[in-house]
Design a protein around this ligand. Structure first.
Ligand code: C2E
Ligand code: MG
Ligand code: MG
Ligand code: MG
Length: 286
């Protein structure tokens, strides 16, 4: 499994460089078209609360089936969107579409279901981002405490003051913010704890092989301990087995996400998954 994983990584990097400047510009235009022509889709991956085994909510993950090139992984087209400035329009589309789906989740009876949305560092520096998100929350009548924004570590090294102001504003509105992919960048918990984050997501590279790696066990255990002392909710992404879940329970991790529970699913399939999960939990209890 190790070799397969390493091979996949290499392939991703090779494909990244596969797009030259001209192709990247074409893809950026295609992406704008895709936003307008509804060729993008939001998938949902459940997040499970380990303290009560209920579904805490879902992470929203963007999917793009390009008309001629086929499926392009989000890692690749997000970077192109960031480099060409398409990202702001894309992020606002993701946020608004997520809000519409959240309303559907609420009307299906999942009253406490949260949605976690990935946003880019380029959104933070966009003029009017806060106002636009605030208006979307108001217009769609969204309970703001059900909204979580995920920011990758790399954002943290940008403008501290700007980030700090924006986060305070979100925090005052009741919107939660998490640090995504924690451990892959250079920011320390000392630095992160100066900003009003609610949640820390430990990167899957530490979680995938957790049980076999004494090194990752140490890192993850101590990260969880520190994060919890700093009053951060801890999420582990990339949980693929029951053994890993057990370890994370031992370490008092709060929330888990990974293929062990479900791959990211199209919205309608996710609704079906939620119904089945609920039945399953109820059967376990009684
Ligand atoms: P991320 O935010 O760290 O998302 C988690 C990634 O891990 C997702 O990849 C998910 O499919 C994958 N994953 C979840 N559980 C497992 C598991 O058990 N094993 C393994 N091997 N992988 C797992 P995905 O969907 O390909 O997305 C990749 C990245 O693209 C995301 O990483 C995020 O940085 C970015 N991305 C995706 N959607 C959006 C979006 O709407 N906006 C922005 N700005 N970025 C996005
Ligand atoms: Mg994320
Ligand atoms: Mg992540
Ligand atoms: Mg990641």
């Amino acid at each position: 499994a190790q070799g397969k994983r390493a091979g996949k990584e290499i392939c991703i990097y090779a494909e990244d460089e596969h797009f030259n400047v001209a192709q990247r510009l074409t893809l950026a235009t295609d992406l704008q078209q895709a936003i307008r022509n509804n060729q993008l889709e939001l998938y949902h991956q459940p997040q499970i609360n380990l303290h009560n085994n209920t579904v805490e909510g879902s992470e929203v993950l963007l999917r793009w089936q390009h008309p001629t090139l086929g499926f392009i992984p989000p890692d690749q087209f997000i970077r192109i969107a960031e480099d060409t400035g398409v990202i702001n329009e894309l992020s606002l589309w993701v946020i608004e579409t997520t809000f519409k789906q959240l309303k559907e989740l609420l009307s299906h009876g999942f009253q406490q279901h949260k949605v976690s949305i990935n946003i880019s560092g380029k959104d933070i520096t966009m003029r009017g981002f806060l106002t636009k998100v605030t208006n979307l929350i108001a217009n769609h009548d969204i309970p703001s405490h059900l909204v979580n924004l995920e920011l990758t570590e790399s954002v943290m090294v940008s403008d501290f003051n700007l980030l700090s102001e924006l986060m305070k504003a979100f925090s005052n509105m009741g919107v939660n913010v998490s640090v995504d992919d924690y451990g892959t960048g250079y920011s320390s918990l000392a630095y992160i704890s100066q900003l009003p984050f609610n949640e820390l997501k430990i990167d899957k590279s530490f979680i995938l092989d957790l049980v076999e790696s004494p090194r990752n066990l140490t890192i993850v255990k101590n990260t969880i301990d520190m994060a919890k002392h700093l009053n951060l909710t801890v999420v582990a992404e990339g949980v693929e087995s029951n053994l890993v879940e057990q370890k994370l329970r031992d370490f008092n991790c709060d929330i888990v996400q990974g293929y062990h529970y479900s791959k990211p699913l199209p919205f309608n399939d996710y609704l079906t998954w939620l119904d089945n999960y609920q039945k399953h939990v109820i059967n376990q209890v009684y």
